[in-house]
Design a protein around this ligand. Structure first.
Ligand SMILES: [Zn+2]
Length: 170
């Protein structure tokens, strides 16, 4: 075989030069031992699982942000009907719409918008706590579920980003 004949990578099927030790595209150890190749494939399966998990949690955290936003809108409307304060209504509406927007944009830039949503919700919990310390334990399981989903989604998105940086074929 001539030195400049191209081969295809067994893993990603991209054409590669036979003088390469690792595939330029996916990092597959072309010149490696069977064991090295097996380790690479195992790593790749685990990377794909991480990416799938990140996708699942990206959707879940978007729903969480939508629901939190919708509940803000609802509670704003209810409070307005009770006390008739237009200022409270506008603030609550603005916060609700912001959560829904963060949910929408989190599918495109999860790290940024899930983090913003998490920051906003923690700020609201902190504000509630300042005005009424007893409010902290109100719906505590929901709060833990909401914060937990957003945090877990952030961790997964970060892992996914790191994997994609190293391996552009995934
Ligand atoms: Zn490859």
């Amino acid at each position: 075989m001539a030195e400049n004949t191209l081969l295809t990578c067994d893993n990603c099927k991209v054409e590669i030069s036979p003088v390469e030790v690792n595939c330029e595209h996916c990092g597959y150890p072309i010149a490696g031992s069977e064991k090295e190749k097996a380790i690479f494939i195992g790593q790749q399966i685990s990377n794909k699982a991480t990416i799938a998990e990140a996708g699942k949690y990206r959707k879940r955290s978007a729903y969480v942000l939508y629901i939190v936003g919708a509940l803000q809108l609802l509670s704003g409307a209810l409070t307005y009907m009770q006390i008739g304060d237009i200022f409270v209504l506008l603030i609550t509406m603005a916060i609700g719409v912001t959560f829904i927007a963060f949910g929408y944009f989190s599918s495109k830039r999860p790290l940024l918008f899930v983090a913003l949503g998490l920051g906003l919700i923690l700020s609201l919990y902190a504000l509630d706590f300042v005005f009424d310390p007893a409010s902290l334990t109100k719906g505590i399981l929901w709060k833990i579920a909401i914060v937990g989903t957003l945090v877990y989604s952030l961790i997964n998105s970060y892992d996914e980003q790191q994997i994609r940086k190293k391996n552009k074929s995934l």
